[in-house]
Design a protein around this ligand. Structure first.
Ligand code: UDP
Ligand code: GLC
Length: 395
């Protein structure tokens, strides 16, 4: 099957890393079309996946109004037409992000190719403006022959927002071996970081207010003096103000000696292995949470914020800990427990590793996706009359 993958970003986020793994088996007969230049293109090319970048001026922002939404569709037309032309060479269009859905939906009607939407987001007011929620739902309902949701939470939010397209949950899959061969690097890395005697709480995420780095900084105040927070990840989408706030917070609390920022890194499994525990602190429901599974696969204790997909990944007390989102005191209590009872936390981490190996093997999830795509490629195509019906139905 020949697939045209669409993704709006040139940055390396979780949705893009997921797409990298999904596209790999199709690399001899697919094209990944990005709407922006960036390091994601390099990653795809290194994996020998055919890639092209079609630049676009659009911005479907959280604060978009109806008028803005409609006018940006006008701006999109050259991109839509280009994608429609390209897609004639393919059996199916696979939209991996919301803006890719906007473009892919109309292109699919023009080229008569079925559209699949991989939903990596929780369509709710915490993540999208009302207008963008409506845009996503109405486009998916009208044009997508299938939706692949990255968790039950994502699927439930989609349906609650009015999503009616056939929706299947497929968790992200992982190359399990990549997380298991790194334990021996632990002490070297800790030495290189100058943190060999510290109790390291890792945090692996782009720097963004809803990812809640400030919660971990606040939690440090309730932890013992030798606990250090190690932040791995960068501000990918212009969150410079938040980064400044984090530095102010650290200075005000006098925590400079207990916090390290490493920026974006490509050696996440090795860095995780250097940590004593990894904290996930999203203050809004996490759609899936790749970092949680990666921590489990690495055999490192994980503490996650109890909302969205995280609840499906971690069984509290068995495979990790869940704390209320935005609660630094409860987070500190869990960190302190892990520090005080290392044997217990190691036992939990071992359970988590065994559980994650079973549930998140890339081969299995790719097989699930292949079956889903096989089925939908046989189903009926969207016609241009759907476009005409979509406009009044949407607004
Ligand atoms: N990641 C990375 N380098 C970093 C920080 C994060 O490669 O410096 C990866 C991380 O390992 C994970 C992904 O980025 O695979 C983030 O995905 P997640 O689902 O946790 O969150 P998202 O940012 O997609 O909402
Ligand atoms: C999105 C979500 C994240 C999820 C990733 C992969 O980036 O924010 O929670 O893990 O997609 O599905």
């Amino acid at each position: 099957m020949k697939i045209l993958f669409l993704d709006q970003s040139g940055k390396v986020g979780g949705a893009e890393l997921s797409l990298l793994d999904i596209a790999r088996p199709y690399r001899d007969h697919c094209l990944v079309c990005l709407f922006a230049e960036g390091p994601f293109r390099t990653l795809l090319e290194q994996a020998q996946i055919p890639t092209c970048v079609l630049a676009t001026p659009i911005a479907v922002q959280k604060d978009s109004s109806v008028v803005k939404g409609l006018s940006s569709i006008g701006h999109l037309m050259p991109l839509v037409i280009k994608v429609a032309q390209l897609s004639r060479e393919f059996d199916l269009i696979y939209a991996n992000t919301p803006k890719a859905l906007v473009v892919g939906a109309i292109a699919s009607a023009l080229s008569q190719r079925p559209l699949v939407y991989h939903l990596h987001d929780i369509v709710s007011q915490e993540h999208f403006s009302a207008i963008n929620q409506r845009l996503i739902i109405s486009l998916a309902n009208t044009f997508a022959v299938a939706v692949i949701a990255n968790s039950q939470a994502t699927k439930a939010a989609f349906q609650q927002a009015g999503g009616r397209s056939p929706t299947e949950v497929v968790y992200n899959g992982f190359d399990i071996a990549a997380y298991q061969q790194v334990r021996h690097d632990r002490s070297t890395l800790r030495q290189q970081l100058g943190l060999e005697s510290r109790f390291i709480v890792g945090h692996f995420s782009r720097l963004s207010p809803w990812k809640g780095q400030h919660i971990l900084i606040e939690a440090l105040k309730h932890c013992s003096e030798n606990v250090t927070a190690l932040f791995v990840g960068d501000a990918l989408f212009g969150e410079q103000k938040y980064v400044e706030q984090l530095h102010q917070q650290i200075e005000q609390e006098g925590l400079q000696h207990r916090v390290r920022f490493l920026g974006f890194r490509s050696d996440v499994p090795q860095l995780m292995a250097a940590c004593d525990v990894v904290a996930h602190t999203s203050t809004a429901p996490e759609p899936f949470g790749r970092v949680i599974v990666e921590t489990m696969l690495g055999g490192i204790p994980v503490i996650a914020a109890a909302a969205g997909g995280a609840i499906e990944l971690v069984e509290p007390g068995k495979t990790g800990w869940l704390t209320p989102p935005g609660d630094p005191v409860k987070l500190a209590t869990c960190i302190n427990h892990c520090q005080k009872y290392p044997h217990h936390s190691q036992e939990i981490a071992r359970n988590a590793q065994a559980d994650a190996i079973q549930r998140f093997d890339l081969a299995a999830t790719n097989e699930q996706i292949a079956q889903c795509l096989q089925q939908v490629s046989q189903t009926s195509r969207v016609t241009f009359s759907n476009v005409l019906r979509w406009f009044p139905a949407c607004w």
